[in-house]
Design a protein around this ligand. Structure first.
Ligand code: NCD
Length: 363
């Protein structure tokens, strides 16, 4: 179905422009993402967004961590920390923050954690959630993503949580809708709530973010989680190192303030946070990865590599995990693993983001 591809979205945009229906809007393509990666962040650790076309956050939507300030991140994490405590006391739930408000989950790619934790977050805040099953919706009859979103808005839905395989779809919708759009993962571009829940997990562990060293390990090229984390981690003062097969670790990411770490074992010894990324089978191009067995032996975290870590270091992974490839089952279950803590924090972080965007009277 054409609308589910980037080209479908673009074609629709062009048609609307020609019909005079659209305003000037910047659409992110994968090339634009690469373009934004060409900016040199080393000279500007405050990371101001370089221009309108790459700015992701305008206070009304939540499209990326790129351009978020350290203060904005800090205040979202503080609110999430508060919601962690509230969530531990189930008697106080649901809250009233989103009373009468409805969130719609629009997922065009599979998801367990992100989709359900947005739903849980909305319910905890006293709101409601509708799930659009794309295969059971009018998308199957050829309705476009944009018209689907406009339809939900016309029904009085208060915000859309959007996941799509094409980079730029949430930004595209944000230009055409008046309700908040939250990016739940767009292609290999951004996944901002994942990065926030990761930072919350790290902050809880070490009591700070500034000065820590994070090693992002694995399929960086195809990872929206790596990009959102890199932007946010650098803004919050972490040192970010990247390791993985050279075909899956773009050198351009050093311009965003990351360092390449070709010696994996050495980098593991120096890391406070080992952030392991999934091999993205669905986004692989031929020739990028010789075999999973080879990947496992060069980059997989097993008992031997775990032994290299410093006493306080933790292991994180956004999930879903290819057990036995990126991590062994015993490392996943070990005392260093924070994978399930990340999941719990995901609910609190999404409550903070929803609160930020949706509390208060309707516009
Ligand atoms: C990630 C995603 O979908 O981008 N998962 C998640 O949201 N927890 C990472 C992945 O799929 O590897």
């Amino acid at each position: 179905m054409v609308e589910e591809t980037w080209f479908g979205v673009l074609a629709e945009y062009m048609a609307r422009q020609q019909a005079g229906l659209g305003e000037e809007v910047a659409i992110m393509t994968y090339d634009d993402v690469e373009y934004s990666e060409r900016f040199d962040y080393n000279d500007n650790s405050k990371q101001q967004a370089p221009g309108k076309e790459t700015k992701r956050v305008d206070g009304r939507h939540f499209l990326g961590t790129y351009g978020l300030s350290a203060d904005e991140i800090d205040s979202l994490l503080n609110l999430a920390e508060y919601y962690c405590r509230v969530n531990n006391d189930s008697a106080s739930l649901p809250l009233e923050v989103l009373r009468g408000k409805m969130l719609a989950n629009l997922f065009f790619e599979p998801s367990t954690r992100t989709r359900l934790s947005f739903a849980r977050a909305a319910v905890n805040l006293g709101g409601e959630v509708v799930e659009l099953e794309s295969k059971m919706s009018s998308l199957v009859k050829g309705e476009s993503v944009l018209d689907t979103a406009l339809t939900l808005q016309a029904m009085g839905v208060d915000a859309l949580v959007v996941r799509h395989a094409a980079a730029g779809v949430p930004a595209f919708l944000a230009h055409s809708l008046s309700i908040p759009i939250i990016n739940a993962g767009d292609g290999a571009h951004e996944h901002p709530t994942q990065a926030l829940l990761d930072l919350l997990t790290i902050r809880q562990e070490f009591g700070r973010l500034q000065g820590l060293t994070a090693l992002l390990l694995g399929d960086i090229r195809h990872s929206r989680v790596a990009r959102s984390n890199l932007y946010a981690m650098r803004t919050c003062g972490l040192r970010v190192r990247l390791a993985g097969p050279p075909t899956l670790v773009p050198e351009e990411m050093t311009r965003l303030g990351a360092e390449l770490a070709p010696d994996v074992d050495g980098a593991l010894r120096e890391a406070d946070v080992v952030y392991v990324l999934r091999i993205q089978h669905e986004r692989q191009q031929a020739g990028m990865l010789p075999s999973l067995a080879e990947y496992r032996s060069f980059y997989g975290i097993d008992a031997r590599r775990q032994f290299l870590l410093s006493d306080k270091a933790v292991i994180m992974h956004p999930g879903p995990i290819n057990i036995g490839v990126e991590l062994t089952a015993e490392v996943y279950a070990s005392a260093r693993s924070r994978v399930l803590r990340q999941v719990s924090n995901g609910v609190a972080v999404r409550m903070a983001v929803l609160h930020h965007l949706l509390s208060g009277p309707r516009n």
